[in-house]
Structure formats: C-alpha cells, structure tokens
Design a protein. Sequence first.
Lengths: 144, 308
Amino acid sequence: MTTQKGTRITQGQFSFLPDLTDAQITAQIAYALKRGYAINIEYTDDPHPRNTYWEMFGMPMFDLKDPAGILMEINNCRKTFPKHYVRVTGFDSSRGWETPRMSFIVNRPPSEPGFALMRQEGPGRNVQYTLSSYAARRPEGERY
Amino acid sequence: MASLPLDEAAPQPDSLDLGALLRDSHALEVIEALDRELVGLAPVKTRIQEIAALLVVDRARAQLGITGDQPPSLHMSFTGNPGTGKTTVALRMAEILHRLGYVRKGHLVSVTRDDLVGQYIGHTAPKTREVIKKAMGGVLFIDEAYYLYRPENERDYGQESIEILLQVMENNRDDLVVILAGYKDRMDTFFRSNPGMSSRIAHHIDFPDYTPEELFAIAEIMLERMHYRLSEAARAALREYIGLRRGRAHFANARSIRNALDRARLRQAKRLFGEHTSGVSRGALMTIEAEDIRASRLFREETAGGGA
C-alpha cells in the first residue's frame, strides 16, 4: 500500500510517523531478531509504488543475536547511498509465512519531489491513469 | 544533553555496597564454578577475578555518576600449549561478561582462519564482517589466530581480515569482545608483526601447562562425569602413565588425558567381553582396572626400548 501525504513517500511500516531514530530502529530490529527473521537491507532511487523489488545491500543476515551489527550495516548503506531510499525488511522463513513480515524505511532523500498523475486517452472516452515520479525522469543514480 | 558538573547533577548516594552489586549480577556463581571445575590455572583465575572486580567497580562508579567517556577495553589474548583450557575459559568468559552486563547477549562465536578469510579478492571483507555481525553482543573467539597473518605471502587476504578486526575492536568496543587464542610462541610472532593488534588487546593471559598432580585431578573429574571409577592399582598406573606421556611429543595436556581415558574405556569394554560371557556386575561396568591403562603403547615401548 502506498499513499501520499504531501510528497513524502509512505511505504511499509511507520512511514506516516517522523523518521525513526537509530534507537527506535535498533528496537525494531531487536524485535525482528527475537522472532527469528532474516534481516535484509535494500535501497532504491525509484520509489514507484509498484517497485517492490529493491536492490539488496549485501547479503541477507541470518542467525544474528544482536541488532548492533545490522545498525552498522545500515549506516554503511547510508554512507554509500546517502540520497537513496533505504529500507530494512525482516523475512520470516517459517512454514506458512515464507515472506517479509516487516519492512520500514530508514533513509530517504533530502527532498522528495513526488509524483505526477499521467492521463492517457484510450479508445472511446476511456482514460487510463498512472503515476510518474518526477525524480525518476532523470537517469538512475542521478535522481535526488 | 547539558553536561552538568558532578556535584550539580541529581542527588546521588555517597556510597554503595560493592559486594551486593557483585551478588546481584550472579557473576559470582560462574566464577565459583570456574574455580571448582577447572583445575590449576591460577594466573588465569586471578585475572578473571580482577576483570570481574573491575567491571563491578565500573558499574558502581556509573551508579554514582562517575563515568569515563570510554568503557574499559576487554579484548583478550589467550596463549598456551594445546589442551590447557583456552576454549573452555573463553566460553565461561562470555557468560561472566554477560552477567556483569558488559556484553548484551553473552554468546560465544568460535571461528578460525577459514571463517574469516576469503578465497579471492573481495571475498574476505564481507566474510569477516558477517562473522563480526554474528558475534555482536557476545564474544568472538578466534582460535589459532596466528594463521590470520602469513608473512611468507604478502598478498595473503588475512591482512585484510586483521584490518577489519582492528577497526571493529576499536570502534565497536561496547558491542563485542574479541578473544584471540593460540600457542604461545606463534602468537608472540603474530603480535610482533601486528603491533596494532597487540596494543588493542588489554589482557594477555598465559595458560600454564598442568603439573602431573593437576592432570591426575583432571582425569578424576573427567571420569566422574563419564561415571567411571579407577581401581587402586589403576590409579597408580594412571599416575605412571601421566608421567610418561608428559615427556612425549604431541603432548596436549588435558586433551591427551581425555584421549587416554577414551582408549582405556575401549580396552575395558573389550576386557569385559572376554571375562564375562553372562552376567556382568554394576561395579565391573564402572571400574577401570590397571590393565586397561597398562595396555597402552607407552608402557610397552618403555619396557621394550628400555636400553635404547
């Protein structure tokens, strides 16, 4: 589910709230680790609502005991991609789920220009609507 | 946050009961168990008690509002001959540090060179970092750490691993404790070629070899755990065996004793098959006789090669 409030992207958990602090991120990861999720760090500069497959930053992290290591890796990712969207997902591998159970954004670009609504005239009086990110009009790596 | 001088901060008690703090942490139980279950190792035990005392005092200071800007560095190096209990103590160390609140989770991640160093360019850093992430909140135990550094090959990836470790040991001091272990002489060479590593390790603990008496005590503890006992003659035989074995090559202290006992169990089982075709008593099943120990190759070589 993606909705827009101003031009701020809201995707995943907590995205209507102000940005999480490192202590809050640590607490969320501690919860995920307690539930035995594998943690992934992903980034993208194409924040289209349908773009669910973001690039992975490093390998998924299994069998960790303490969130400090993941925070270290998040900071690494922030340093590498300071103006990208970065999110943390917790993958639950238990039978019946086998899917990400948590996903929240931990880094966003300093300014988010938002989306344009595109209208396409179809046959008859049919109009098709789609969203297009202002930022995504520039080539990859030069957005934001 | 405003930094107030100490006396203007919130009112704090003027004194604390150190003993009560130590009792509250339940670290004393682990230290006592360590004292009881590990034979000998006096310098090691003293150092562990000192570290525990330091951490309790540190906590007391924190409660009274006296805080330094850096927690004490607790990276350690365990040096000693094979079988002197380095891994066993490391495991207990993790438990003690956890109870004293120095590490958050208190698990031990035990690795060797293979787990840290990659096989091709660009493989080492992610591998080392993955291990470090797993160890966060606990203790990272690097066995035979001197293999990380191969002076004969200047393009060896071990150096990269050492650099990452150094960085983490410095920056993530409150997240994990690194313990390096290895044989004394090789570790000395390792530290000489990596002075950065040596200076970041606060505690160099040397594990002494066991005396014959201590080895015998260890054997008794091991047998008790396996629910065996020695006959009177077997006790004498074992003492004699320890004396002979200590002088031999590849003597690995407690590990050699455990192997010897395992072989004695094999011989006892074989002997019981020979003696009892039917009906074997509880006592016989539990007792190791002198002949089970004296059948060792050591004794035969001693008599055969007496003149040589």
